[in-house]
Design a protein around this ligand. Structure first.
Ligand code: PCA
Length: 327
């Protein structure tokens, strides 16, 4: 009897303490991203996670898993959709196969500086958020990569030099641009870039000064052409059901931290461009602006790709472009 009583007390104590905690029960969320720790996007989302933790007094703890360590890039969107993880980051244009509207930020020369990229984002975010809502996904915020340029092992003067070159791509647009330049595209995720060059799978790539510097491009190539083709965006998405389960104050804290993260991310991205070009220069990469001939070639490819995109995107795409150009 005595022993029993003691047991009862112990379990009662456990019950009361869990009731006391229930008011502010902590939720732990895992958040996969394809990109590495030193990348400015990853730094930004880690800050976002810290802001959420601080403003909710630890009610929501988001753990960021970088470099595709928890979930590989191609699986992140569906993992969030199916609720395997409550939230994640991915590049928006990866959804181009589902819907061409998601690759509007990767059409060459449609929006190739920060002002234009911002306007394009304003003109496109509602429709993109709605498309994601249809899949029970909530679009929290989006941040652009610096303008995309061309990395090679030789100077690019006219674009002809790229004929037959194995070129690393990361979305449909970079793949198609390579094709239109006569190069041979291969999809390679950022963490695999150095190995892909090391083993000769690729000899050139299209990406930002950020990714070039973060992957130590000077170890495996020599030239960067600052062509400023487009500014693709990363987006952070949340499973709508998981979000709805959060207490209202926590939902508000997430939205507030997301707005801050978007602002901070756009600023960080702008600073990245010059800072990372400088680092590449210090490490011996030859940095060039496009020659007139190259620019002409790339602009012609851009026109082709804009027309093709419009055809794929249909009336919604046209409406989006009209809204963008009106600004
Ligand atoms: N870095 C990522 C996306 C665009 C960029 O600048 C990549 O190269 O895959």
């Amino acid at each position: 009897m005595r022993i029993r009583m003691k047991h009862l007390w112990v379990s009662l104590a456990a019950v009361t303490s869990s009731i006391a905690m229930a008011g502010a029960q902590a939720t732990d969320w895992d958040m996969p991203t394809p990109y590495g720790d030193s990348n400015f996007h990853t730094v930004n989302i880690r800050q976002f996670a810290e802001d959420v933790k601080a403003s909710t007094d630890g009610e929501l703890n988001i753990t960021v898993h970088s470099s595709g360590s928890l979930i590989k890039h191609p699986e992140i969107k569906n993992s969030v959709r199916r609720g395997l993880v409550p939230m994640g980051e991915l590049i928006m244009s990866r959804l181009a196969n589902e819907d061409p509207l998601f690759e509007v930020d990767s059409v060459p020369y449609l929006a190739s500086n920060y002002d234009e990229a911002w306007k394009l984002w304003q003109a496109s975010k509602d429709i993109l958020a709605k498309r994601l809502e249809g899949q029970r996904l909530k679009l929290l915020f989006a941040v652009p990569w610096p303008p995309q340029g061309i990395y090679t092992k030789f100077p690019v003067e006219t674009g002809e030099e790229l004929q037959g070159v194995k070129m690393r791509a990361y979305n449909k647009s970079s793949e198609h641009l390579a094709e239109l330049l006569g190069a041979i595209p291969t999809q390679v995720e950022v963490p695999d870039i150095p190995t892909a060059f090391g083993t000769g799978r690729v000899d050139a790539m299209i990406t930002s000064p950020s990714t070039g510097a973060n992957t130590r491009a000077w170890d495996y190539l020599t030239n960067f052409n600052h062509a400023q083709l487009w500014l693709p965006k990363n987006m952070v998405i949340v499973n709508a059901r998981a979000f709805a389960k959060l207490p209202e104050n926590v939902q508000a804290a997430v939205e507030e931290a997301a707005a801050e993260a978007e602002k901070r991310g756009w600023e960080a991205s702008k600073e990245e461009t010059d800072a990372k070009i400088a680092i590449m220069r210090e490490n011996g990469i030859d940095i060039a602006e496009p020659s007139d001939a190259l620019e002409k070639r790339l602009k012609a490819v851009g026109e082709t790709m804009t027309a093709e995109w419009l055809e794929r995107a249909g009336p919604d795409g046209q409406a989006l472009l009209d809204a963008y150009r009106k600004q």
